[in-house]
Design a protein around this ligand. Structure first.
Ligand code: ADP
Length: 418
């Protein structure tokens, strides 16, 4: 408000002065000075005008204050909306949820960052079908709009690559004009389920073969009428199959103890473990006429579990012997820049590039019959890989068909962090 020098509203001194002037005029008019009536009216109007002007001025200032307060309120509301948007965005980020808002005519109106990242391109304004390439999702959206209720399903989407989505679609109240679409990628869960199913099927299959063989032999023995050497042959077969069953169950137990685990480690002399494995397998190499050569230092310390690392060396050397018909198997161990490097090379049948990516899978065998004939379970390399990884190491394979293979294991020599 406009103010006088004394700090009072301007209209107050003006009104006082004008009032005083009017009083003087009235007194003079009362004495018969009629010529001043007009002047008095002018002064009264001026006073009225001033007062009206001041009131209008006050109202204007009040309106300005109201406007400023409204602007503050709007800023506050905007900040709150932004906060809610950010909270929603980090929530959907945390649970990895893609959210799309679709208009009644099927166009994307809003897409959150996750949806943007998944589908790419400019989503807003695009038809939903050209974003997801899924007729099924479009049908769900139409269904939700028509029925006015939430619909859920799991869909196999093909864009931008094949993936499984758990989808929820629901109309936004009131009026159900817009449809909200929420998608979550459940591909890894489905993949895990498939691996688990395959694993159970593989285990039952692996058990069924020796059990069938045991049953057949037992039935033949039950029928009787065999001479002693034939009986012994059947009984020997039963014992071999039982050994095989316990080998599979032992391997499965080892595998489940190291898969995805970080094992408790202690300082051990890896060189002694590898030396021991070579010594133990020398007879089987000799039986096949293979040279088994080792270049291993006296001592090389790593942090690990002795029985597990010993199994790594045994499995690799055993395989090298099993899959080599002639030539040699070479075992090397040395330290390189904080790593213990174990190499097992052979001059055997080799592994094709296509199979090289799969032989570390449980029960995967290039030649099932050959593996069975060598007493393999198809779990050896899978155990090796998981043991090495549980020790913070890695395994690599270089191989050429009919020329041989080299498996290289790197294990850290340093004490693992707590
Ligand atoms: P298995 O018990 O059958 O030997 P592994 O898991 O140890 O199972 O090996 C998986 C498959 O990898 C084997 O069946 C074999 O086909 C292949 N393989 C492993 N080591 C060698 C090797 N040194 N040379 C050629 N093939 C190998």
């Amino acid at each position: 408000m406009r103010r006088s020098a004394s700090g009072l509203p301007l209209w107050v001194p003006l009104a006082l002065m004008t009032g005083a002037g009017t009083l003087v005029l009235l007194i003079r008019m009362g004495r018969g000075d009629e010529s001043l009536w007009g002047l008095a009216a002018v002064i009264l109007c001026a006073v009225g005008g001033l007062i009206t002007h001041d009131m209008a001025w006050r109202r204007l200032r009040q309106a300005e204050r109201d406007l400023a307060a409204a602007a503050d309120q709007t800023r506050l509301a905007e900040a709150e909306t932004e906060e809610v948007r950010m909270a929603l965005s980090s929530f959907t980020e945390a649970i990895d949820l893609m959210v799309l808002v679709v208009s009644p005519d099927g166009e994307v109106m809003v897409a959150n960052d996750q949806a943007q990242r998944r589908f790419g391109g400019s989503l807003v304004g695009a038809p939903l079908l050209s974003v997801t390439f899924s007729q099924e999702l479009n049908r769900m959206v139409a269904g939700a709009a028509q029925e006015g209720r939430k619909l859920g399903a799991e869909l196999q989407l093909s864009h931008p690559q094949a993936w499984h989505a758990s989808v929820a679609v629901w109309p936004e109240p009131p009026g159900n004009e817009r449809i909200l679409v929420a998608l979550q990628d459940v591909s890894s869960e489905r993949r895990l389920e498939r691996v688990r199913r395959d694993f159970v099927a593989n285990v039952s299959h692996e058990f069924r073969t020796p059990m069938t063989s045991i049953r057949t032999s037992a039935e033949a023995l039950l029928d009787g009428g065999m001479d002693r050497p034939t009986e012994e042959k059947f009984l020997g077969g039963i014992i071999r199959e039982i050994d095989r069953l316990s080998q599979i169950s032992g391997d499965l137990l080892t595998l489940s103890s190291v898969e995805g685990a970080v094992v408790q480690r202690e300082p051990i002399n890896l060189a002694a473990q590898v030396q021991e494995a070579v010594r133990g397998l020398t007879p089987s190499a000799e039986a096949k006429g293979l040279e088994l050569a080792a270049s291993i230092p006296e001592s090389l310390e790593v942090w690990g579990r002795p029985n597990l690392l010993s199994q790594v060396a045994v499995n690799l050397i055993q395989n090298a012997i099993a899959y080599t018909q002639e030539g040699s198997v070479r075992v090397g161990l040395e330290e390189q820049d904080g790593w213990a490097v174990l190499t097992v090379s052979d001059t055997g049948i080799g592994i094709s590039a296509e199979n090289a990516t799969r032989i570390f899978e449980r029960f995967y065998r290039v030649d099932r019959g050959r593996s069975r004939a060598t007493g393999g379970t198809g779990l050896g390399l899978s155990i090796v890989k998981h043991v090495v990884e549980a020790h913070g190491g890695r395994i690599e394979l270089k191989s050429r068909l009919q020329q041989g293979s080299t498996f290289t294991v790197h294990l850290p020599t340093a004490e693992p962090e707590a």
